[in-house]
Design a protein around this ligand. Sequence first.
Ligand SMILES: Cc1ncc(COP(=O)(O)O)c(C=O)c1O
Length: 379
Amino acid sequence: MKRQQEFYRDTWAEIDLDALYYNMKEIRNFLPSETRIFATVKANGYGHGDIQTAKTVLKAGAHGLTVAFLDEALALREEGVNAPILILGATRPQDVPIAADHQISLTVYDGEWLKEAEKHLSPGKKVALHIKCDTGMGRIGVRDEEELKQIEDYINNSNCFSFEGIFTHFATADELDTEYYERQLSRFKKLLQVLKTTPTYVHAANSAAALYHSDATFNATRIGIAMYGLTPSAEIEPYLPFKRREVFSLHSKIIHVKKMHPGEKVGYGADYTTENEEWIATIPIGYADGWIRKLRGFHVLAGGERVPIVGKICMDQSMIKLPYYMPIGTQVTLIGEQNGQFISVDEVANKLDTINYEVTCTITNRVPRVFKSKSMRDF
Ligand SMILES: Cc1ncc(COP(=O)(O)O)c(C=O)c1O
């Protein structure tokens, strides 16, 4: 495992590898034993750190990994990850030989792409392909039976390609209303019927489909949000089979503290005015870290209490109002647990009118990720 990098600032994201391991074990135990789990570690493991996340979930029972782009797959290979990797998004035809060299499987959804990619593969080079079917997501994918037949034939008649998998992706698996989900599922089943050969992997389910619906696991799944301990949606959360543990937390420390008099101003625009004598502290995190300006008026944990963010969030710093004096170096928790108090990723997402996925992905690479494992497993 890559050594944790040194860092020189008092803001960090803590990644609880024990929680990640636990979540994946629970998912593994819940799904049928023959269902292979591809853990989705794109976007730097949804902001959790792709390499450490990948190594941990593979130890906990994941069979392979999915990412969005070739660069992400290569980064995993460079760190010695040998498990199957599937790129879910588009790969440029000229880059296909690189995927072949590193045993990275690719997604195909267009016959012309196959012809182009073939031109770039020298004799003896072979790449494994998963056909993506668009059954209602409207993003990428083969949409009709004829096209699917042609792509399957092309793959099977070529020396450059092997037909490794077929998949689709649900748009509404995280909703209680199952009508559209069922339409997509039956469309996928119809598409599967036209295949002349059966690939190794047939997969449709994301976290929501795998944990909330029992009819879409086929022989493989692609699990993302649930292994990070987060919910696919508040709607289906009460019906999920087990509780997960949040993996991501975000922390900083007070770097400056002062007593301000009534009527003094804080922050850009000077638009926060102290009403009384107030203890105002500064923490070194701002919108360039993904702690964005819309979080103004939200709160953080200091001294085990919820304390408000005051004034506009700056690029690198934010100001908070303390209930009493706290010294420089006091830990501030922006996401996670402190002395029994908890700010969840979902609470931040709600404040931002977004989804939990976006919160952890948005915390930028400037914030170092610190990997913690109390059980000291060699992840
Ligand atoms: C094609 C595809 N499969 C699987 C996933 C994982 O979904 P989830 O994180 O909801 O489990 C994603 C996530 O964006 C995806 O785009």
